[in-house]
Design a protein around this ligand. Sequence first.
Ligand SMILES: [Zn+2]
Length: 374
Amino acid sequence: MACPERVYVPRTRGQSDDDTAARREPGQGPGRDEQARLKKCAVLTVSLDLELIWGVRDHVGPGHPYLNWLQGVRPAVRALLTLFAAARVPACWAAVGHLFYEEYRGELGRKHPEMPRPTRPAGAPDWYADLPLGDTRSAPLWYGADLIEQIAGCPVAQEIGGHTFSHLAATDPGVTRELFAAELAKSNELAARRGLRLRSLVFPRNRVGHLDVLREHGYVAYRGPNSEWYWRLPGRKLQAAGRLASDLAALTPPVDLPVLKRQGVVEVPHSMFFAPFWGPARLVPAGARVAQGIRGLERAVRRGGVFHIYSHPHNFGQHTARLVDALGAVLYHGARLRDRGDLCILPMGRIAELVLSGEIEHRVEGALNHADRK
Ligand SMILES: [Zn+2]
């Protein structure tokens, strides 16, 4: 069985749609038989939020113990790319736009005068006040062009997506539609300088908002919000307890169909956060994570739908080998299912393209759910 990842060539480095079609392997064109198979295909997708310090800069200052995890990002990215190449997994790396810089020196003593700022409380420092002017050597937690190059150079093509320019949460009251659009546009500009087109977005803090600006900035996919049962419990303590219990018991994660939204973008549902050995999650042994991942894969094969693992490279920044091995056990299981013809492994952007072209089973926002789903 031909799974569609064999025809997937991400549009990077200035390729057009026609270039992509021309690079399909012989005999792998989207004929009628393949379309029928695709409609039933179960999917594994992996997304990683590449942000270095940008996602935690509000609470990880000098001396914070999590800095060790951030400093482990570069070895973690190398280990993850080695795994993805070996297991032939095309993941989506959703990168904070500022990481596309090799260096940034400011403009006439100001930082990003071209960018609008979120509305903040009176007296709060400028949004970019803590950004050190410098480069990947002097401020390696703030600049990541070397990482982007490594990911783009992986022998198994990876998708590079967006995570806004400065890690702004779309639903924060100070983040207007215009500001959010400017964040996407700035990321696109920096990616284009490297020949990259961003097609998938991960919303910072998984807070989905301003969906109407995605398509006009070239995005076709985004990762859905957290959907596990425990997020519906009242209060953060109960949620944390539910999450720990669920992970210790390796409960089967949610697996669902992608959703075509009214705004013309595709929500790729979330299934499982691959957590670091940090905080309560350090009590969850690697074996339980592997068991949970395999249960997610088996559910995707049994019912159809997307099993979506997500994490951050910094979550692998300590205990790297143990965590990458655990993720690898899940991905190799997925690779065996793929090689048997039971599963496809696709990045978010490719899933969205297949939804938009009607080649893969999906839901449509506002329409009745598929009656034949069990
Ligand atoms: Zn983030």
